[in-house]
Design a protein around this ligand. Structure first.
Ligand code: NAD
Length: 499
């Protein structure tokens, strides 16, 4: 019997009523390993009703108690860390070690959320006027929702739900239908950690579930992470209905290699950031920009054998660099981009398309691919490939290298490798990208800073995690209080001033 994955509503796993299901594949073999329920409007309605019912008590639970749930969750997950990592890997296809990293980067945001009593402190001005105090407070929004992508099935759901819940909201998570098991386990574990039923609900599904969340007036805010076209749709639809929305989209992250860079360090960085997780990361480096012909030639000479030597295999094999892609559909899309690149005249110097693994012939595997002489007008440069494909765009000088990421329509992450502090500083100040790495290829900020890209990589005003998460998941109330014992000035007809 095929395993069925349902929803998590009101503190328990439920089957759902739509009768529609999606396939969850085993990326190593290409076989369907489970069916996931795809919610319809009535399933989403139940989740919202549960979240709404749970809101008043949870919002009134003091922040210290809410933080204790976060602490307990951190303690409980340590005991199940390996199980979580294996489960994640079995549906996503990333290595178990990388799955541990996925969970760890999510837990760091739970750790941040443990500080919620401090983070929610308002401002206070004693004696702002005669007998008058002025203060601000942060209050939760109500029912909020998170819609998350397949590529970080632990990290991004935790980035969304932990701060939202810690702020006193109740939450509906709509994770990716490609790898839905870990998000459900997260919800179960939060319940064990003491979260009341209905505070965190998980609804599996596709566009139908998303649209139900987008159109329901009881949902006050939506946080989305995924591809840019859908990010834009969700931002436009949600904000038009008066919701607070933040959406994080696709990327094309460049890594500039200056002539003075440590070439071995740059090559290591490109191999890890370009091919780790089969390139299925929004912060993957997909474009290398060597500055000057000599830098490009040296870089290529060192890079080619490393790409050819990448170890690819089943996700649960501890000796591999990366595993299969999540689905055959994405694998075929990546192969389509490679054909486009060749047709447009880029030079495919390492071709991983015919990679085959004995015993795993139907798995979603692809070897590392490397393009040289990629030009900015080419589709493989303009669009996000989301696979183990690195494009080299040769820049003649620093100014051209700076222009490339700055003028690209995406602006998520960027890196520069150089030994020169002036260059690094100038680059940091002028580049039009949201997250910058200096001799650091994947500059995902730690949980107490915020994460967010610019241009078509991010829609909305506030970033994810860090202080922005608290701003996004709360509304500010400002209070002017007068406790005068003897002010009797009569009615005032002019706008009050503090004189
Ligand atoms: P996706 O856009 O296909 O799906 C994301 C979510 O949207 C899923 O929950 C999915 O069910 C839902 N969805 C899909 N189609 C929809 C539709 N038509 N209407 C409404 N909802 C829909 O993205 P993905 O393939 O799961 O993830 C990969 C993408 O996510 C890449 O573009 C990657 O760069 C991006 N990403 C961005 C960040 C970031 O922080 N900027 C982080 C991780 C991933």
């Amino acid at each position: 019997m095929m395993r069925e994955i349902g929803h998590f509503i009101g503190g328990k796993e439920v089957k759902g009523s739509s009768g529609r299901f999606g396939d969850v594949f085993n990326p190593n073999t290409g076989e369907v390993q489970a069916k996931v329920a795809l919610a319809d409007k009535s399933d989403v309605d139940k989740a919202i009703a549960n979240a709404e019912a749970a809101f008043p008590v949870w919002a009134a639970t003091n922040p210290q108690r809410r933080a204790r749930v976060m602490f307990k969750f951190l303690e409980l997950i340590q005991r199940e860390f390996d199980d979580f990592a294996r489960l994640l890997s079995s549906e996503h296809g990333k290595t178990v070690a990388d799955s541990r990293g996925d969970i760890q980067r999510g837990l760091e945001v739970v750790e941040f959320a443990c500080g919620i009593p401090h983070l929610l402190k308002g401002e206070f001005s004693d004696g702002a006027g005669p007998g008058i105090d002025l203060f601000s407070m942060r209050q939760p929004l109500g029912v909020v929702a998170g819609i998350t992508p397949f590529n970080f099935p632990a990290m991004i759901p935790l980035w969304k739900c932990a701060p939202a819940i810690a702020c006193g909201n109740t939450f509906i998570l709509k994770p990716s239908e490609r790898d839905p098991s870990v998000p459900l386990r997260i919800a179960e574990l939060f319940l064990k950690a003491g979260l009341p039923e209905g505070v965190l609900n998980v609804v599996n599904g596709d566009k139908e579930a998303v649209d139900a969340l987008l159109t329901d007036p009881r949902v006050k805010a939506i946080g989305f992470v995924g591809s840019s076209a859908i990010a834009e749709y969700i931002y436009a639809t949600g904000t038009a209905r008066g919701k607070r929305v933040q959406c994080f989209g696709g990327a094309k992250n460049h890594m500039i290699v200056m002539p003075d860079a440590d070439m071995d360090q740059a090559v290591d960085a490109l191999i890890g950031a370009g091919y780790g997780s089969a390139g299925e990361r929004c912060m993957a480096v997909s474009v290398a920009v060597p500055v000057g012909k000599k830098t490009a030639d040296t870089l290529l000479q060192k890079l080619i054998p490393r790409v050819e030597g990448l170890k690819i295999g089943p996700a649960d094999d501890a000796g591999v660099d990366y595993g299969p892609m999540v689905t055959r559909e994405l694998l075929n899309k990546v192969k389509g981009y490679i054909e486009d690149g060749i047709k447009e005249g880029a030079k495919l110097v390492v071709d991983g398309r015919n990679f085959k693994l004995q015993g795993y012939e139907n798995g979603n595997f692809i070897g590392g691919c490397l393009f040289d002489e990629v030009q900015p007008h080419m589709r493989i440069y303009k669009e996000e490939i989301f696979g183990p494909v690195l494009s080299v765009v040769r820049a003649k000088d620093y100014e051209e290298a700076l222009r490339l990421p700055s003028e690209h329509e995406y602006g998520n992450g960027v890196a520069i490798f150089t030994r020169d502090g002036d260059t690094a500083r100038d680059f940091t100040n002028r580049v039009q990208v949201g997250m910058v790495g200096i001799n650091f290829a994947i500059p995902v900020p730690l949980s107490y800073y915020t994460f967010g890209g610019w241009k078509r990589s991010g829609f909305g005003d506030l970033n994810q995690h860090g202080p922005d998460a608290v701003r996004f998941y709360t509304k500010t109330k400002t209070v002017t209080a007068r406790w005068p014992s003897g002010t009797k000035e009569g009615a005032e007809f002019v706008i009050p001033t503090m004189r």
